[in-house]
Design a binder for this molecule. Structure first.
Ligand SMILES: [Mn+2]
Length: 298
């Protein structure tokens, strides 16, 4: 039996439980658990997501049914970032430093949130390491408010802060928007691909339109609520009418095949006690992104 004591948790490999692999500081893939939960407005529990996703990842089949190859991903799972103490800005800086160490070494970073706010320091670190990039933002929400619940460092404002870095954002799966956000996307001609249009599309031409908006290098942020709540019931603000598994993975596969995806975060999973569906879907999604990335490099 494999030991799964919590002290060794961070050392367990994301994908195959190979502890030696998990300690490999030169592994091309680094998984960073970021249990940051501070400004969640509705459902709670996203701080528990990184550990739950890592646990669920142990149950993923070691062969990929789509690419028809063994997973065999070389992954180092890093220790979780301490997120409970310190001011918001301090903790976000801590996250950025951990990300920078991975990205500066040219390794692929897969961050597991935590709430969406963590994307700001992660994008900053990616831009410092790689320069120009586009953020591909999969989400039910635009997260473009200037401030939300009395703070500018909230999950509801994170893409506004990213835009302020001067980084272009392409949003996919959107189906919830406030008047302020709608005004902003009209004024600035922001790239928004509505879930309603994607789900009704009769071809994958929309994927080509997404690709046309992306530069050569891409940072990918996936809010779990971009998916249909049937696949991802455990998320802070579930919205009906989300993307299906096959639609989202088709998009991500094409993006990884045609662009240099330098890092990804998967945020806003909030495990529901008694059903593993949310964390298992999240683990599968994180794995798919790394597999698509590896296939794209070949
Ligand atoms: Mn969202």
């Amino acid at each position: 039996m494999m030991k799964t004591s919590s002290t060794h948790h961070a050392r367990v490999c994301f994908l195959d439980g190979n502890a030696a692999n998990a300690r490999n500081k030169r592994a091309p893939y680094a998984v960073l658990p970021v249990p940051y939960e501070r400004t969640v407005s509705f459902g709670r529990g996203t701080a528990r997501a990184p550990a739950a996703i890592l646990r669920a990842s142990r149950h993923i089949e070691a062969f990929d049914e789509e690419l028809l190859q063994p997973l065999g991903l070389k992954v180092q799972t890093l220790p979780a970032i301490p997120c409970r103490h310190g001011r918001d800005a301090q903790v976000l800086e801590r996250i950025g430093r951990a990300a920078a160490a991975v990205l500066q070494a040219g390794r692929f970073l897969m961050s597991l949130g935590g709430e969406h706010t963590i994307t700001l320091p992660l994008v900053r670190a990616a831009r410092a390491a790689y320069g120009r990039l586009t953020v591909l933002h999969c989400d039910a929400h635009l997260d473009l408010r200037d401030h939300y619940t009395n703070t500018r460092l909230s999950h509801g404002c994170v893409m506004r802060r990213v835009l302020e870095l001067g980084v272009p954002v392409v949003s996919v799966g959107i189906r919830s928007v406030c008047a302020e956000e709608y005004q902003l996307i009209k004024e600035r001609h922001l790239s928004v691909f509505w879930a309603r249009a994607i789900v009704a599309a009769r071809s994958s031409a929309w994927i080509k339109q997404v690709l046309a908006r992306l530069g050569r290098r891409v940072y990918l942020t996936i809010d779990a609520d971009c998916l249909d709540p049937a696949l991802m019931p455990g998320t802070g603000t579930p919205e009906p009418g989300g993307l299906s598994w096959y639609v989202l993975t088709a998009l991500l596969r094409r993006v990884c095949a045609t662009r240099e995806v330098v890092a990804t975060d998967l945020v806003e999973t909030a495990p529901i006690p008694g059903t593993p569906v949310s964390e298992y879907t999240a683990a599968r999604l994180a794995t798919k992104v790394m597999l698509y990335h590896r296939a794209g490099k070949r």
